[in-house]
Design a protein around this ligand. Structure first.
Ligand code: FCB
Length: 453
């Protein structure tokens, strides 16, 4: 077996630890990110309808710790205190998502005023504190009624999504400078309909590929709706992109990594930026490939102002599947810490896609088993993770990639999907028993990096 050694990036960890925001281009946006289902709680308040995640959490064995999103970080009630927390970090921007079932409880029909009011107050509250709101319209909490009708496999969901996007953009308008349609369509299709790990928990490749197409169609239909109601705002999409490295030079490994790259990355990048689906992925899928109707690819290819990239790790792929290289450093998720993968990924995007819009890193972060001791959380591994990834980002900027911003995932510990509350990604520690928020060392470091301390 070939043992892969993790190459050393061009910037040492020591050098990365000395970076400050002044090393980045002027106007570069720094922020923190969250999503509605992971923090809000209040799942049945003010008319909110059930989402697929509420349903999924109630199915036995789906969530590691048997938990759900009913309370989460209680952000729906504590939003003002949380906005103060965000402002205290010294960030320029906050990326949050709107819960579709708060706006349209069954996914269609008239909008609920209470739901829109909540995000309206959040937007104004951010602006009053000098923090730019960056909105994501779909971070996985699909109204259950739409799932009952087939979810993203049903093309009608794409049309419903565009309608909902228009409603939100009409209410929040240009006060929100940045709208992302979807967060990580790979997760809401492949991970949810084929791997079965996320809601709705199916294991069917044909449905997964149809869902991926439905999501992309929804994105393409939503772009003009948002532009119509918020003409001064930036519109884009957020993809989780994971470089897939072959574990050896053996042709079978190289071929496996190429196909893994197709499913993870090109399945989304190519239709968005090249107006075509990757042929190798469709060929490998055979009869499971989705039906693409005339005009779909033109819709999906709607020009965007930015593309959000979520980067956590890479895959090392061989004929037998994907495995973390021996002795590689890993986070509490078991994901390899591989900052140079971020540089490689961004440079590759610039090389491979002539129509690439400006990029934002919309998520990057790490889970570690943090402990609150004497009022402090010494998360030195997370600090190093952030520093080395910011260093990798700067390497990409210096290689000529048009990068406009960076959002750390996440503002605070939250409901980590199938892992429940077991995994902590926050810069801020949440004591779920009391809902107390405590700045971890990583939050204190980010403040200093941003010049707030
Ligand atoms: C991403 C999700 C985000 C969070 C992080 C750890 O895939 O967008 O909600 O769960 O992973």
């Amino acid at each position: 077996m070939t043992t892969l050694t993790t190459p050393t990036g061009p910037r040492t960890a020591e050098a990365a630890s000395r970076l400050t925001r002044r090393d980045f281009p002027q106007g570069f946006t720094f922020g923190v990110a969250t999503s509605s289902f992971q923090i809000e709680g209040a799942t049945s308040e003010d008319g909110r309808g059930p989402s697929i995640w509420d349903t999924f959490c109630r199915e036995t064995g789906r969530i590691r710790d048997g938990s759900n999103g009913d309370v989460a970080c209680d952000h729906y009630h504590r939003w003002e205190e949380d906005l103060d927390l965000i402002a205290s970090l010294g960030v320029d921007a906050y990326r949050f998502s709107v819960a579709w079932p708060r706006i349209q409880p069954t996914g269609s029909g008239p909008a609920l005023t209470a739901g829109l009011d909540f995000y309206d107050r959040l937007t104004d509250g951010l602006m009053a504190r000098g923090v730019e709101p960056h909105v994501t319209l779909y971070h996985w909490d699909l109204p259950q009624t739409l799932q009952d009708a087939g979810g993203w496999v049903n093309r009608d969901t794409a049309h419903r999504f565009a309608e909902y996007a228009g409603i939100v953009a009409e209410r929040l308008g240009d006060r929100v400078r940045s709208y992302a349609t979807l967060n990580e369509p790979w997760c809401s299709s492949i991970l949810s309909y084929m791997i079965g790990e996320h809601a709705p928990g199916l294991r069917d490749r044909r449905l997964a590929l149809a869902a991926a197409h439905g999501l992309l169609l929804g994105h393409g239909l939503a772009v003009p709706e948002i532009r119509c109601h918020a003409p001064g705002s930036q519109v884009g999409i957020v993809l989780n992109l994971t470089p897939q490295t072959p574990r050896s030079e053996a042709p079978a490994d190289v071929q496996a990594a190429r196909l893994a790259d197709g499913m993870a990355n090109r399945l989304f990048l190519d239709p968005l930026l090249r107006g075509e689906y990757p042929q190798d992925v469709f060929a490998a899928a055979g009869d499971d490939a989705p039906v693409v109707e005339p005009g779909d690819l033109e819709t999906i290819g709607a020009a965007c102002d930015f593309m959000g990239v979520n980067y956590y790790s890479r895959g090392v792929v061989g004929e037998q599947g994907s495995a973390v290289p021996e002795d590689a450093p890993v986070t509490d998720m078991g994901w390899e810490v591989y900052p140079q993968g971020l540089t490689e990924l961004l440079v590759r995007l610039k090389t491979d896609y002539a129509n690439l819009p400006p990029l934002m890193i919309t998520e990057n972060g790490s889970a570690y088993a943090d402990r609150l001791e004497n009022g402090a959380v010494h998360d030195s591994e997370r600090v190093a993770y952030l520093q080395t990834h910011l260093g990798a980002l700067l390497d990409a900027v210096q290689a000529g990639v048009d990068l406009r911003g960076y959002f750390a995932w996440s503002l605070m510990d939250n409901f980590e999907w199938a892992w429940g509350y077991e995994k902590r990604f926050g810069l801020v520690y949440v004591d779920y028993a009391t809902q107390e928020r405590v700045l971890k060392d990583s939050a204190l470091w980010y403040q200093a990096f941003l010049g707030k301390r």
